[in-house]
Design a protein around this ligand. Structure first.
Ligand SMILES: *Cc1c(COP(=O)(O)O)cnc(C)c1O
Length: 400
């Protein structure tokens, strides 16, 4: 029987150019972003300039985490304690966490079986909040044209959580460029890796000035290369609290060479994603998630549905796959585990039950695809999942 022996949490090493740049930063002793030598803008400002260019944004701010980026974005657009903020029922804990961090209350919007936000439910709830924190969870992008039409008509400000869509697009518009602010993460399990880190991008002068001041710029915003002009800060600097969450030169140094190779990394992810996807197609009992042609995705993870399966059978599949070295996560598990939790487990937000989301999430199986996997590894993993799902499915059919 075939077994997989790789690690689902092992990332690639940092490119040599990044290691060398990081060593140079350490030798200089100048790690704080505003500690720069004359004539040298420093790694953080350069990274911001490069990321802004990558996604075609006027402005970019590098920060301490993706979660920090979302919290700063919510504050920058004026969310206040007690406000309601629409967000996805299917997302990762830092998303409702960012809403809670500003004292606001998430209103969860249903998920469809394509694993995107349910636009009919969004339409229904459009009157309940002035801001949507839209999470492109696991890289699935909804119909952004329809989403923006709904939000524009209802006067809803859209902030995008692009933790899994750095390098992705909807109809050639980079993910993060539909809403007023796009937020990204450079945490180890995302598309570029600095351990912790994140970005905020926007074309709006006042929003970006506020975000920069919030991040802890100590009135040194003139040292940024992807920031609005000084006039944008003139009044805001008196009104905006400092909620420190800056990025440092060390992280920026290791990110810049990774950003430069993002496009080729995306191709590597997608070859692996399509290999797993092709290997799983037409497995009885298993649904591969549909992806619309308008979406350019980054296949850094893959999801499938075991729709209407019993809990016990799903657990058996997970156990059998694990025994053959394939680590799958289950979003329908009754208890939160590791990175996987779901909306009804975020009790601080007092979520309203969502039966449609419950039915979808109950069957969501999730798998990371680190680039340390070869294409052959991915084919092997698909063979293992296919075989184990088939065995349990057939056993269930026989029992009925
Ligand atoms: C990882 C992640 C974030 C941000 O995470 P940080 O760990 O704070 O950088 C936000 N949204 C989603 C969906 C994520 O997976």
């Amino acid at each position: 029987m075939e077994k997989f022996v790789g690690s689902f949490t092992q990332q690639e090493s940092i490119p040599d150019a990044g290691i060398e740049a990081a060593v140079a930063v350490m030798r200089s002793g100048r790690l704080h972003r505003y500690n720069t030598a004359a004539g040298d803008p420093g790694e953080v400002a350069l990274l911001e300039q490069e990321f802004a260019a990558t996604v075609g944004a006027k402005y970019c701010l590098a920060v301490a985490s993706g979660g920090y980026a979302m919290g700063a974005a919510l504050r920058a657009v004026g969310v206040e304690p007690g406000d309601h903020v629409l967000s996805n029922a299917f997302t990762l804990a830092p998303v409702p966490g960012a809403i809670a961090s500003v004292g606001a209350v998430p209103i969860f919007v249903d998920v469809t079986s394509d694993l995107t936000i349910d636009l009919d439910d969004l339409q229904t709830k459009a009157g309940q909040a002035k801001v949507l924190l839209l999470s492109h969870m696991r890289g699935h992008i909804c119909d952004m044209d329809r989403l923006m039409a709904i939000c524009d008509a209802a006067g809803i400000t859209v902030i995008e959580d692009c933790a899994h869509t750095m390098g992705a697009a909807w109809r050639d518009t980079p993910s993060g460029r539909h809403g007023v602010i796009g937020c990204y993460s450079t945490q180890t399990y995302k598309h570029i890796n600095s351990g912790e880190g994140g970005f905020l991008v926007s074309d709006d002068d006042a929003l970006m000035a506020r975000a920069i001041l919030l991040s802890g710029s100590y009135m040194l915003y003139d040292r940024h290369l992807a920031a609005p002009p000084a006039e944008a800060f003139a009044d805001l600097r008196y009104e905006t609290p400092n909620v420190s969450g800056r990025m440092d030169h060390l992280r920026a140094a290791i990110l810049r060479p990774q950003l430069a190779r993002l496009t080729s990394q995306v191709e590597k992810w997608n070859v692996r994603y399509r290999t797993v996807q092709a290997g799983l197609k037409n497995t009885p009992g298993l649904t591969v998630i549909h992806r619309p042609p308008e979406e350019t995705y980054v296949g850094s993870s893959i999801q499938v549905l075991l729709q209407d399966w019993e809990d016990a059978d799903i657990r058996i599949v997970l156990q059998r796959c694990a025994a053959r070295g394939v680590e799958l996560k289950w979003f329908g598990a009754p208890e939160p585990a590791a990175f996987t939790s779901k909306y009804d487990q975020w009790r601080y937000a007092e979520p309203t039950p969502l039966p449609q989301s419950d039915a979808v999430l109950h069957g969501v199986i999730d798998m990371r695809i680190p680039l340390t996997f070869s294409v052959e590894d991915c084919a092997l993993i698909a063979r293992i999942i296919r075989a184990e799902v088939s065995i349990v499915w057939q056993g269930r059919a026989a029992a009925e």
